[in-house]
Design a protein around this ligand. Structure first.
Ligand code: PAN
Ligand code: ZN
Length: 195
C-alpha cells in the first residue's frame, strides 16, 4: 500500500484531501502504452496503481482557480515510463502551472499542430503549460513524482482529442535516459530494443 502523503501540503488553509479524487490503475490506461505486448504481459496478472490526484475546487466562475496534487508512481511498461493519460483543456485557451514538489520527470507537451517538446520536472521547478497544448506527465525517476497543477476553474479536460493519436511522440528509456522520439519511429524501429 503506497501512502498518498498529503500531510505536508496545506494551501490557503485548505488541506488537500487525503482521499484522492482520481486514481488510475494500469487497466484505466489501456491503449496509452505503445508496447502492447508489454502491457498485456503485466495486466494479465497485476493491475498496479499508476497515479492519483487530489483535486481542490474552491469556487467556480470567472477568475477562479482549481488545483490538484498529483502523485505519479515510478515504473515502466516496456520502454516507456509510467505516465498520465494526458489531455487538452476543454477550454483551449486555459493555461496551467505545474510545480514539482518531489521526484524526477518530464512533461510531454504537444501543440495543436502536433509539435512536441519536453519540459523537465525536478523538485522545486515550474512548468508553464500554455493554452492550446496537450500535456502528459511522465515519471522518469525511481521515486513517486509529486506535483501541483494549478489551472483556471473553467479549464475542463478533453481527453478524446489527444487520445486520437495518443500524442505523436513517445518518451522511452534509451540507455537509461529519457528520450523523445516520434511515435511512428518507435513503432517501426525501436519497439523492444530500448533498455
Ligand atoms: C492535472 C491532471 C493530472 C492527471 O491535474 O489532471 O495530472 O492527468 P490526466 O488528467 O491527464 O489523467 C491537470 O493537468 N489538470 O488540468
Ligand atoms: Zn491540465
Amino acid at each position: 500500500m503506497i501512502k498518498f502523503d498529503t500531510a505536508a501540503f496545506f494551501l490557503d488553509q485548505r488541506l488537500i484531501p487525503e482521499v484522492p479524487t482520481t486514481a488510475r490503475h494500469l487497466s484505466d490506461l489501456r491503449g496509452i502504452f505503445a508496447d502492447t505486448n508489454a502491457y498485456e504481459s503485466v495486466i494479465i496478472h497485476d493491475n498496479p496503481l499508476i497515479y492519483q490526484v487530489a483535486s481542490v475546487e474552491p469556487a467556480d466562475g470567472d477568475g477562479q482557480l482549481h488545483y490538484g496534487l498529483g502523485m505519479l508512481l515510478p515504473g515502466r511498461i516496456g520502454d516507456e515510463y509510467y505516465m498520465t493519460k494526458g489531455h487538452f483543456h476543454a477550454y483551449r485557451p486555459a493555461a496551467e502551472i505545474y510545480v514539482t514538489l518531489r521526484g524526477e520527470g518530464v512533461m510531454l507537451l504537444e501543440d495543436e499542430s502536433g509539435v512536441s517538446r519536453l519540459s523537465p520536472m525536478h523538485t522545486n521547478t515550474i512548468v508553464y503549460v500554455p493554452g492550446h497544448t496537450a500535456h502528459r506527465t511522465i515519471n522518469t525517476g525511481a521515486e513517486p513524482l509529486m506535483y501541483l497543477g494549478i489551472y483556471p476553474a473553467n479549464a475542463g479536460h478533453d481527453y478524446a482529442s489527444i487520445a486520437a493519436t495518443n500524442f505523436r511522440s513517445v518518451v522511452i528509456a534509451v540507455n537509461g535516459q529519457p528520450t523523445l522520439i516520434p511515435r511512428v519511429d518507435y513503432l517501426t524501429q525501436f519497439n523492444g530494443t530500448g533498455s
